[in-house]
Design a protein around this ligand. Structure first.
Ligand code: BGC
Length: 768
């Protein structure tokens, strides 16, 4: 664990510069707007260690697969989220010396991520080799309002001298990706152009042929007054910029405002890339930094109204939850159905692909309750659009007749993960994708979604389960063999309880969905039946599987078994592990891990979490007490599920312990890997820990339930949720629960099991 950041309710603050923390900070202080994102790399030259990261949503590189032993069915490539041309660069020269925090003396340094207003700021004092001292202030943001623009304000004040200061704003296309399988460069630079006050660079990803245009304009000011300057145009093969020099007196402030427009072939024809990028840069330059910022800030203010969680009496927890909400909101805004939420968002290259089951299992619950329903709908439509690819993915593995296997990792619908135990076996992802449709409908009431899109996805997935599940003559039961559950510390196991459970749930739900569409929209039903070549007899086998599926169970312990034979393993508790050997995935051989009973992440408990209404409180408690001590939580997706379950069974202290682990996972670098990027998708789990855990929010039978509890460490907490279009604020303290309605219609819900009606714009208070 690394604790070097200051606690603050709205900001993340790094006071003092330690190069050893720089790459972690580059991740933590990242900014984005759903369309593009940027690690907190310095604008000025920095020769120390740094992970450069500038990302454009939807742009990926198909990096040729690298495996030890090729297996038929492996995808040819791994889709990499890739570092794109650097648009933030501004070289700064002070009387002949290049400003570089790696070589000069740093007198003071503060880096701030303002989460309320969505900007990154730095202020530092530096002494150059010749003793000259400067004070530097920078602020940058990628606009939430003008989503193809980034803006930077960078100022330098000489403290003990008068002299020449030059700024060289540039765009650099000569960039590398650390996560490249064959050390290739992923980009070709197609065009560089520059004139006084302007530069443009166009780049193309190799193989996938995404084209991106970057145009920059800038303004130079002295003591806030715009200056006319003569710029030297610098144009290299893959690098383009302008150099501007100013005479600055001691105590005066020279500044540059750099405005960038970024276009991509996802949104423009290749012929338009340059003119549009230039138009965008000019528009921003004309609008000016302050107005651009004001528009950006007000977009953030709107987001915070609906997604903020306030915690009184625990600043570390407050900062933690806001940090998570901030990053989720800047990674995905729901404006483009082709985009998704990558595990590292715009903060690093690791993991590749942009879409995992994380989206449906973790992010959907967050966006469902904190953003307009269209945002989640876009995430669902993303999968609908990928259905043909999911059918192809299944066909590659030998399935037929429209069976769909969604990919474990993808950027375009095609599977791009290539470890057999995950690619071929971790098929539970299909369950989460089907469940997200149900989750969306029960929170929004939008049943029409089934006829429009949902049913086709459900039928494709059910056909897959029906073919993947086989009948065991010996057991006289249906079984699912050779799978990997969410707990990736077990491979090729039989009858993973979670996967079996999700599969049968899905087979049941698809039948309900078919019946619903048939009666609500008979003409559409006929159309879909023809489109899918669906035969109603298909459901006979589905129902038979539902009726006769095998679920491993231990009669003695009265606990669901994660898989067949789980109790044959030596039963050791995580607390008995030598702390020096944890995390076990960094200390043990894979063989040893597979033979152990240690659970990487919620697995059986994941199933209980998802389908909670099927289980009694005693069952939940027994299973929690059995699995929690065996779980090492070596996936960031794990503690949040345990936190929700612990709160459910009244173990608030345990829930709080698990909550802290998820909420400050990146801020305190629990897993010693934050330099590679943040755990964006698990951040939604942190939100779940509060709203579903402590808040006890549930949505059964399309009704809203709350059963709030509060950790001892907190005086009060409040969150806001939207359920079926009704916007409600919930405030909880030790004595009472207050529900404030921001809705225009009466809202009915159940608090501690009792029905409650909140009139529009009114509030009610319930004693705890
Ligand atoms: C987890 C997976 C998850 C992936 C991306 C892995 O460590 O085990 O469940 O999908 O990370 O977040």
């Amino acid at each position: 664990m690394k604790k070097y950041l200051k606690y603050d309710e709205w900001c993340v603050i790094e006071d003092g510069f330690d190069p050893a923390n720089h790459q972690a900070s580059e991740s933590i202080f990242s900014i984005g707007n759903g369309k593009m994102g940027q690690r907190a790399n310095f604008e000025e030259k920095y020769t120390g260690d740094s992970l450069q990261g500038s990302y454009i949503a939807g742009v990926y590189y198909p990096d040729k697969t690298r495996v030890g032993w090729w297996k038929n069915g492996y995808p040819e490539y791994f889709a990499k989220v890739l570092n794109s041309p650097n648009w933030i660069g501004i070289n700064v020269n002070i009387d002949g010396f290049e400003l570089d925090l790696n070589t000069c003396k740093i007198d003071s340094f503060t880096r701030t991520l303002n989460m309320k207003e969505g900007f990154l700021q730095r202020e530092f004092g530096a002494t150059l080799n010749d003793g000259k001292k400067v004070l530097v202030k920078t602020r940058r943001f990628v606009s939430m309002a003008d989503t193809e623009n980034g803006a930077i304000r960078y100022s330098v004040t000489p403290i003990n001298f008068s002299g020449k200061i030059s700024f060289t704003p540039y765009i650099d296309g000569d960039i590398v990706n650390e996560d490249s399988n064959y050390d290739e460069q992923f980009w070709n630079v197609l065009d560089v152009q520059a004139a006084e006050g302007f530069a443009y660079l166009e780049s193309q990803t190799k193989k996938s042929d995404f084209r991106c245009g970057f145009a920059m304009k800038y303004l130079i000011k002295l003591n806030e007054k715009p200056q006319k300057t003569n710029a030297e145009v610098v144009q290299l093969n893959k690098w383009v910029g302008n150099k501007v020099e100013l005479e600055v007196k001691e105590g005066e402030t020279a500044s540059i405002e750099k405005y960038v427009g970024v276009t991509s072939s996802l949104n423009y024809t290749t012929g338009e890339l340059k003119s549009k990028a230039e138009e965008l840069a000019s528009y921003a330059c004309h609008k000016g930094f302050d107005q651009m910022f004001e528009d950006h800030r007000s977009k953030w203010a709107e987001k915070w109204v609906h997604s903020d969680i306030k915690i009184k009496g625990d600043v570390a927890a407050q900062q933690g939850i806001r940090f998570n909400i901030f990053h989720l909101n800047q990674t995905y805004t729901g404006e483009d159905e082709r985009l998704n939420v990558g595990p590292k968002g715009f903060t690093g290259e690791k993991y590749g692909g942009t879409t995992y089951w994380d989206t449906e299992a973790y992010c959907v619950p967050f966006f469902l309750m904190t953003a307009p329903s269209e945002v989640t709908r876009q995430l669902l439509i993303y999968r609908y659009k990928h259905l043909p690819r999911a059918i192809e993915n299944a066909a590659k593995l030998g399935f037929k007749d429209g069976a769909a296997l969604y990919p474990m990792v993808t950027a375009n619908g095609e599977e791009c993960h290539n470890e057999w135990e995950i690619t071929f076996e971790e098929i539970h992802r299909n369950g989460a994708i089907a469940f997200a449709i149900h989750n969306y409908i029960r929170h929004t009431g939008d049943k029409k979604y089934l006829e429009e899109y949902g049913l086709e996805v459900l039928v494709g997935i059910s056909r897959f389960w029906s073919q993947r599940i086989t009948f065991s003559e010996a057991r006289q039961k249906y079984v699912m063999l050779g799978v990997t559950g969410p707990n990736e510390y077990e491979n090729n196991i039989n009858n993973n309880w979670y996967t079996n459970k999700m599969a049968t749930w899905c087979l049941k739900y698809t039948q309900e969905a078919l019946a619903h569409v048939k009666s609500a929209a008979p003409a559409r039903y006929d159309e879909l039946v023809a489109k899918m070549s669906f035969k109603e007899e298909e459901t006979n086998r589905w129902q038979d599987i539902v009726d006769r599926m095998h679920f491993p169970y231990n009669e003695e312990l009265k606990v669901f078994m994660q898989q067949d034979g789980f109790m044959d393993k030596e039963q050791v508790m995580a607390d008995d592990l030598d702390p020096a050997e944890r995390p076990i995935n960094q200390h043990w051989s894979w063989d040893r891990i597979l033979r152990s009973n240690f659970i990487k992440q919620a697995d059986t408990l994941q199933g209980i979490y998802v389908l909670e209404e099927e289980f009694s409180d005693e069952e939940i408690e027994r299973n929690f007490n059995f699995y929690e001590p065996r779980t090492v939580h070596e996936s960031s997706l794990s503690p949040c599920v345990h936190s929700v379950m612990a709160a459910k069974i009244g173990r608030t202290e345990k829930a709080y312990e698990m909550y802290l682990r998820t909420s400050r996972l990146d801020l305190d670098d629990y897993n010693a890997e934050v330099h590679e990027g943040l755990h964006i998708t698990s951040m939604a789990g942190t939100w779940m820990s509060i709203v579903e855990g402590f808040g006890g929010k549930r949505a059964y039978d399309e009704k809203l339930y709350l059963t709030p509890t509060i950790p001892n460490e907190w005086e009060e907490y409040a969150f806001r949720i939207t359920f079926k279009g009704k916007d409600l604020e919930v405030r909880v303290n030790a004595k009472e629960v207050e529900i404030i309605s921001h809705a225009t219609l009466p809202a009915e819900l159940f608090v501690y099991g009792k029905p409650v009606m909140v009139e529009p714009k009114k509030s009610i208070t319930i004693s705890r």
